[in-house]
Design a protein around this ligand. Structure first.
Ligand code: C2E
Ligand code: CA
Ligand code: CA
Length: 385
């Protein structure tokens, strides 16, 4: 039977220092000596055994072998194609890739010093454009952490209007970051970055506190009826089992009516029905409403809506933009009928023109949010308005 592994006898050369990197190996059995030439002398660097990788370094950064591998005992090795690593590396988290390549560069430079060879620090493949973007990401994330610590992230509130009465019923809280060099960084960019690590959790807590404080201030200034404020909560935040308790704790500590704080979760999360079901149950138990955000962008399966009783559905802006076509109006009309059947309110997002608001009104949509109603506003403007 043909074997997938290769056999080497004791003393066989597996590869030599300076050879091109034609693949790596997984050691199935036997022992291998790794050696190099130091100032013309043979010098053993170490020994490898079963379960270890051999020759992977040269494959990772596509450089010639920096050491020689020779079988000390009979060996069985499974060859790993260079492409297998390359593909995984290309799809790996760019930050992890940058860490790996940085370590590799450092190791090679130390090895070069040891063997009297030429230092190859300049070869650092971190100059590769993908990895330069990883370094940019590492830098941006550190700056975001600092901005959060210094409480430099700003909360903007975008008004949500009840179309029939023309009154502002509430606001959506949107985070803003003014970077000292780059200016305004879009949350579309930095929220995604924060979600890749757990940094989104303290950012979410910061937003929660700020939003609760705004509600307290609006109440103190006698705003009646007290508007609701909607808070965006992303997947990573929901992984945190203490989140809902913290939200409820902040609302109770300020003695706020729980129905004035609204949670917005994006449609793509709804496929995890069990998790969202328990979130809804916990929020509803204390009277806190939950909205389904970006409706129409995530799934074509309406099944989850049969069991998940959202209080509000937010229709994605792409549907509002389609209102100038009969087809678009028909689809929005169907969504209005559906939300009525589900007994929840509909908010249309991204409303920019009077025509869009009129079309929504005619179709029976209750709320509108968008630049026509108002841009996301600084807190002072909302408090003084
Ligand atoms: P989103 O929840 O869908 O928020 C609506 C986005 O549409 C906001 O972008 C808002 O500024 C923008 N927008 C509102 N009206 C209009 C309009 O008439 N036309 C157009 N073209 N755009 C309009 P923004 O503020 O850049 O936020 C982007 C996304 O970042 C949000 O999308 C939300 O998913 C996320 N995000 C923002 N703040 C937070 C936060 O505090 N926590 C979390 N987890 N996510 C947040
Ligand atoms: Ca939202
Ligand atoms: Ca949205």
């Amino acid at each position: 039977m043909q074997s997938y592994s290769e056999l080497f006898a004791a003393g066989d050369l597996i590869f030599r220092e300076g050879d091109p990197p034609d693949g790596a190996f997984l050691i199935e059995s036997g022992r291998i000596e790794i050696s190099t030439h130091q100032f013309g002398e043979h010098r053993v660097l170490g020994e490898l055994g079963p379960g270890m990788l051999l020759g992977e370094m040269a494959v990772i950064d596509d450089s010639p072998r920096t050491a020689t591998a020779r079988a000390l005992t009979p060996c069985r090795l499974t060859r790993i194609d260079a492409g297998q690593f390359a593909e995984r590396l290309a799809s790996a988290d760019p930050v992890v890739r940058a860490l790996l390549l940085s370590q590799l560069t450092r190791y090679r430079s130390a090895l070069a010093k040891l063997t009297g060879g030429v230092e190859r620090v300049g070869d650092a493949r971190l100059e590769d454009h993908r990895d330069a973007s990883a370094i940019g990401k590492i830098r941006l994330e550190s700056e975001l952490r600092t901005a959060l610590d210094r409480r430099e992230l700003e909360v903007r509130l975008q008004p949500i209007e009840e179309i029939e009465s023309g009154h502002v019923a509430g606001y959506e809280a949107l985070v803003r970051w003014t970077h000292p060099q780059r200016g305004d960084v879009s949350p579309a960019e930095f929220i995604r970055l924060a979600e890749e690590t757990s940094l989104i959790v303290p950012i979410g807590d910061y937003m929660l506190e700020r939003v609760c404080d705004v509600l307290v201030e609006l109440r103190r200034r006698g705003r009646k009826p007290l508007p609701f404020v909607a808070l965006n909560v992303s997947a990573r935040q929901l992984d945190d089992p203490g989140l809902i308790d913290r939200i409820i704790g902040h609302v109770r500590a300020r003695d706020l009516p729980p129905n004035r704080l609204k949670i917005e979760i994006t449609e793509s999360l709804v496929l995890d029905q069990e998790r969202i079901g328990s979130l809804l149950a916990r929020c509803h138990a204390v009277g806190m409403p939950v909205a389904l955000d970006d409706f129409g962008t995530g799934f074509s399966n309406l099944g989850p809506l049969l069991t998940l009783d959202f209080d509000q559905i937010k229709l994605d802006a792409s549907f509002v933009r389609a209102l100038d076509r009969p087809r678009g109006r028909s689809v929005v009309g169907v969504v209005v009928a559906m939300t009525r059947a589900l007994d929840c309110d509909l908010v249309a997002e991204g409303v920019e023109t009077r025509e869009q608001r009129e079309a929504l009104h005619r179709l029976g949509c209750r709320y509108a949010q968008g630049w026509l109603v108002g841009r996301p506003q600084p807190l002072e403007q909302v408090l003084n308005g």
